[in-house]
Design a protein around this ligand. Structure first.
Ligand SMILES: CC(C)(COP(=O)(O)OP(=O)(O)OC[C@H]1O[C@@H](n2cnc3c(N)ncnc32)[C@H](O)[C@@H]1OP(=O)(O)O)[C@@H](O)C(=O)NCCC(=O)NCCS
Length: 155
C-alpha cells in the first residue's frame, strides 16, 4: 500500500475534467475534455485528495490497444486504457501518482482485466517505467502536446 492510497477515491467525470484542463490540456476548456469511455459503467475516474482538495487524477476504461498491437490487446481480451494521468505540480514526488495508478490496477483486476496501456508523454516515461510499464514501438507525435510512446503494463 502506498503512502497516500487512503487519499484516493472514485470521482465524477465532471470533477476529473477540471484537472485535465488545469494540468494536461490548458488550451482546451474543461467541457471539451470528454473522452470516449468516460461515462461507461465500468470506467474508473480516480482522484487523489489532500486536505479535501483534488490534487491528482487518473481514468481507466476498457479499450483495445491501437491497431498493429498483438491480439492480447483487445478489449475482450482484457485490455484497458489509462487516460488523463496527472498530479498538480505542488504535490509531485509525493506518491499520489503511484497511489492513483495502484487504485486503477486494483479496479482493472477486479473487473477481470489483465493489461493496461496508455499514450505516454516522453516527459513522463520515467514515471511509467517506475510503475512497471514498458514502452512499445516507435515514438510518435500528438499535436500540440509533443512526442509520445505507447506503454503497456501487465496486471
Ligand atoms: C507524471 C506524473 C503524473 C507523476 O506524478 P507524481 O505524483 O509525481 O508521481 P509519484 O510521486 O507517485 O511517483 C511515483 C514514482 O515515480 C517516480 N517519478 C515520478 N515522475 C518521474 C519522472 N518524470 N521520471 C522518473 N521518475 C519519476 C517518483 O520518483 C516515484 O518513485 P519512487 O517509487 O522511487 O518513490 C506527474 O509528474 C504529472 O502530472 N506530470 C505532468 C502531466 C503528465 O505528463 N502526465 C502524464 C501524461 S501521459
Amino acid at each position: 500500500m502506498s503512502r497516500s492510497a487512503e487519499c484516493v477515491r472514485s470521482i465524477t467525470p465532471a470533477e476529473v475534467r477540471q484537472l485535465r484542463h488545469a494540468v494536461l490540456r490548458p488550451f482546451d476548456p474543461p467541457e471539451k475534455l470528454v473522452y470516449a469511455g468516460d461515462d461507461a459503467p465500468d470506467t474508473l475516474h480516480a482522484g487523489a485528495f489532500v486536505g479535501g482538495e483534488l490534487v491528482g487524477i487518473a481514468s481507466v476504461c476498457r479499450e483495445a490497444m491501437p491497431v498493429g498491437s498483438d491480439s492480447r490487446g483487445s478489449a475482450e481480451g482484457g485490455a484497458w486504457r489509462l487516460r488523463g494521468m496527472a498530479t498538480v505540480p505542488a504535490v509531485r514526488g509525493g506518491g499520489h501518482g503511484r497511489a492513483l495508478l495502484e487504485g486503477c490496477f486494483r479496479h482493472i483486476r477486479a473487473q477481470g482485466g489483465d493489461l493496461l496501456w496508455c499514450n505516454a508523454r516522453v516527459a513522463a516515461l520515467g514515471f511509467y517505467e517506475r510503475m512497471g510499464f514498458a514502452a512499445q514501438g516507435e515514438e510518435f507525435e500528438i499535436v500540440p502536446i509533443g512526442p509520445h510512446y505507447v506503454m503497456t503494463r501487465r496486471l
